[in-house]
Design a protein around this ligand. Structure first.
Ligand SMILES: Cc1cc2nc3c(=O)[nH]c(=O)nc-3n(C[C@H](O)[C@H](O)[C@H](O)COP(=O)(O)OP(=O)(O)OC[C@H]3O[C@@H](n4cnc5c(N)ncnc54)[C@H](O)[C@@H]3O)c2cc1C
Length: 307
């Protein structure tokens, strides 16, 4: 158990009990988290994360919730919103220090303003720096980890600097320990030409808007691409585009997106995910891997019921 009175001695931010998570995910889906914390600054963030880690209380750090499906029942633990207290960014020539809660789009903007090249292709990804590092977010040939030099994390209640190599970045994956929390990161980037970087950003955002179902709540790509083919190709060839369960639908525009048509539940989305996995496995012998992170669902193999 955690003690709110104890927490309040070192924490100045917002504390909410039983907070619905649908307001904190781009899917607009999710039941209540037992405890929800919004730190006001760095000191506050490290205080609450330290408390939860030392108490070994179940918790997750979230950014923009843009890669998250939270179950209808919500989460029996604490959620720390990293987007409220950790937003600073300092640029000194080719070196950048950035805190985990800064929106990725703001980071891209600052890099372009300083004529730093290497993250302009990530414009339009609606996450935070912390979420992007955990996911090794990437697009159009670029990845957040490319020009990363090291990462400040909290582990077992203590801040530690991890050199980039220790995180073993690969496609949409990084090797952190389960309760590590990203606090800040440092990058070193080559110089580019500002007008050209701006042009690239604009072109790629237009491309995104043409390809992705941006008018409906979603979580980006649901499945990871396979080495041979994009996941969308398998889903489309399995004839699943437009398939609907409840108010969730496999997008007609891009088959690797599930969209919330309005009032979709986590079960609607989860059942569509299961349908896609089963159909693609039966038809092509390929087991698609989830890119979206699930929160508040039973661990695979522990319970039969789908929440
Ligand atoms: C319209 C749309 C387009 C997208 N396009 C792309 C794309 O082109 N490429 C791509 O890679 N992704 C894409 N995404 C997915 C998503 O935006 C990225 O994965 C993003 O990096 C997630 O960041 P977040 O802050 O929202 O993380 P969240 O969704 O909040 O969290 C994701 C995971 O990271 C963990 N986490 C978050 N912050 C921290 C932290 N500070 N410390 C420790 N753990 C943390 C969470 O616990 C969770 O496990 C898209 C999503 C949408 C909705």
């Amino acid at each position: 158990m955690i003690s709110i009175d104890e927490i309040k001695k070192n924490f100045r931010g917002r504390i909410v009990l039983s907070e619905p998570m649908n307001s904190y995910t781009t899917f607009h889906i999710g039941g209540p988290a037992d405890y929800f914390f919004e730190p006001v600054d760095r000191e506050d963030t490290t205080a609450i994360v330290r408390y939860l880690q030392v108490q070994e209380f179940p918790f997750v750090a979230i950014g923009r919730g843009s890669n998250l499906l939270v179950s209808n029942e919500g989460y029996r633990g604490a959620v720390v919103n990293m987007g409220t207290g950790l937003k600073s960014c300092r640029i000194d020539d080719d070196k950048i220090y950035v805190e985990a809660g800064l929106p990725l789009n703001r980071f891209v903007d600052l890099c372009i303003q300083h004529s730093l090249k290497g993250v302009e292709m990530l414009a339009g990804i609606p996450g935070t720096i912390g979420g992007a590092i955990i996911m090794n977010a990437g697009a159009y040939g670029g990845e957040i980890s490319t020009y990363l030099t090291d990462i400040e994390i909290m582990r077992d209640g203590t801040c530690t600097i991890l050199p980039k190599d220790e995180a073993k970045f690969s496609y949409r994956h990084a090797s952190f320990q389960e309760h590590d929390v990203v606090v800040s990161a440092r990058f070193r980037m080559p110089k580019g030409e500002r007008e050209e970087l701006e042009r690239t950003r604009t072109e790629l955002i237009l491309k995104r808007n043409r390809k992705h179902p941006v008018n409906y709540p979603n979580c980006g790509s649901v499945f990871k691409n396979m080495p041979e083919l994009p996941a969308a190709k398998y889903i489309e060839d399995a004839g699943l585009k437009g398939t609907q369960i409840g108010n969730a639908q496999i997008s007609e525009k891009h088959a690797n997106f599930i969209i919330n048509l309005g009032g979709a539940t986590a079960s609607d989305v989860y059942n569509l995910i299961e349908l896609v996995k089963k159909s693609v496995l039966e038809k092509f012998g390929i087991l698609l891997q989830l890119e979206v992170k699930l929160l508040g669902f039973p661990e695979p193999g522990t319970e039969k019921a789908i929440p």
